[in-house]
Ligand binder design. Structure first.
Ligand SMILES: NC(=O)c1ccc[n+]([C@@H]2O[C@H](COP(=O)([O-])OP(=O)(O)OC[C@H]3O[C@@H](n4cnc5c(N)ncnc54)[C@H](OP(=O)(O)O)[C@@H]3O)[C@@H](O)[C@H]2O)c1
Length: 385
């Protein structure tokens, strides 16, 4: 039986690589539903190439254009948030690849969980903002969550067949473009420098998160929820070669790791084909050429977003949700040239201090916190202009 896949965020970095994986295994996978925000031309060409059943274009001003282009092919076209939930809950979908960027991906992920679908989860903001809710709902609705983030896929792979609890998770980080830069150099970082990731080619938001190392903070929270490991037992370690994608340590001192050349198609494909491994034409590791693997402790003074992420999960409740919202607004403002790079953690920290704490947030509390944190962030930002 082919796995019928809904790709949420098909026009993005993860989405396009997922469609590449899907097209290489037509006997195993078929793309049924594609969802994008506003990139109508790419969505149209993807829909025709992959002969999908339905597409959703979130930006309703693009609906007519997409409809006119796809109607002759018999491909159904929808717009609006509600349509995403209905489509991915349908009986013709087996796996939902959650690859939209940001908090905007939460609602559709919750709907897919409610429908008991298998979720291939790339959208880390979902677990950061609403980890407790997502995990509780996934248990209730028997929805499997398979990680797509390369680090979490590595940990997930290390845990296959393992019956003993994890003593520690070792989350590797490339270090991003500013790993070897001084605090003074980071303070004057330009947008181009921050977008120049040494190892991975990704969407702009996650690339800036990598430069500030907030990405690793978000991933620490994501790992906490996915694997039930305390934040204090999750160690972040810089590994510039990005060959060891993360490690798990057990109570007998044994450490297991997953290694491969950096290529996101591997964790994407594993999430889609799990529990099976299928052929992938990645460059194989040549250990003799590799010769050494380096590991360094992260510098929390240089990358204050790491401290903020540990503080957020320590305070718990709705604070990680507020941190995530403030980060999204701050990154957007940095990319728009409105604030400097060091302003990102400053804004996040202020928002975390101003937001009201809710210990056990429900669904409504999460959405309300996200809205409120965005309003506070914008108020703080207005002082920067
Ligand atoms: N890229 C990576 O290598 C990587 C690795 C690990 C984890 N992740 C995570 O995966 C997620 C996606 O990252 P990415 O790098 O692929 O991002 P991206 O390149 O910016 O793509 C985002 C995708 O989401 C769509 N989208 C955004 N808002 C939407 C909305 N309101 N409704 C419908 N679609 C919407 C975009 O559509 P348009 O193109 O039309 O705007 C696009 O298809 C993020 O959470 C990121 O942290 C990414």
């Amino acid at each position: 039986m082919k796995r019928r896949i809904a790709v949420l965020g098909s026009t993005g970095s993860i989405g396009t690589q997922a469609l590449d994986v899907i097209s290489r295994h037509p006997d195993l996978f078929t793309a049924e539903v594609l969802v994008a925000n506003s990139n109508s031309s790419l969505l149209i060409s993807q829909a025709i190439k992959h002969d999908v059943n339905t597409v959703v274009i979130a930006d309703d001003t693009k609906y007519d254009e997409v409809f006119k282009a796809l109607d002759p092919y018999g491909i159904k076209v929808f717009t609006g948030r509600e349509s995403i939930g209905k489509l991915i809950s349908g009986s013709n979908i087996d796996v939902v690849l959650a690859a939209m960027v940001g908090f905007g991906g939460l609602e559709s992920t919750l709907e897919a969980i409610q429908a008991g679908k298998t979720i291939a989860l790339a959208n880390k903001e979902t677990l950061v903002a609403a980890g407790s809710l997502v995990i509780k709902m996934a248990r209730e609705h028997n929805a499997a969550i398979i990680p797509v983030d390369s680090e979490h896929s590595a940990i997930f792979q290390c845990l296959q067949g393992e019956r003993s609890p994890v003593e520690k998770i070792i989350l590797t980080a490339s270090g991003g473009p500013f790993f070897s830069k001084s605090i003074q150099e980071i303070e004057s970082a330009t947008i181009e420098q921050a977008l120049n990731h040494p190892k991975w080619c990704m969407g702009p938001k996650v690339t800036i998160d990598s430069a500030s190392m907030m990405n690793k903070g978000l991933e620490m929270i994501e790992a906490h929820w996915l694997f039930g490991v305390k934040p204090s037992d999750i160690e972040i370690i810089i590994h510039p070669q990005s060959v060891v994608h993360s490690m798990t340590q057990f109570r007998d001192g044994s450490v297991t790791a997953q290694l491969s050349t950096p290529d996101m198609r591997l964790p994407i494909q594993y999430a889609l084909s799990y529990p099976f491994r299928v052929e992938l034409n990645t460059e194989r590791i040549d250990f003799a050429k590799l010769s050494k693997l380096d590991f360094y402790k992260p510098d929390f003074d240089k990358f204050p977003c790491l401290t903020l992420a540990y503080k957020a999960i320590e305070r718990g409740g709705n604070i990680p949700c507020a941190m995530n919202a403030a980060n999204e607004i701050a990154v957007e403002s940095f990319l728009a040239g409105k604030i400097s790079f060091p302003a990102i953690p400053k804004i996040i920290s202020q928002v975390m201090n101003l937001i009201g704490h809710i210990e056990n947030p429900g669904r409504d509390d999460i959405f309300a916190t996200d809205t409120e944190a965005r309003i506070i962030s914008k108020q703080i930002l207005s002082n920067y202009n």
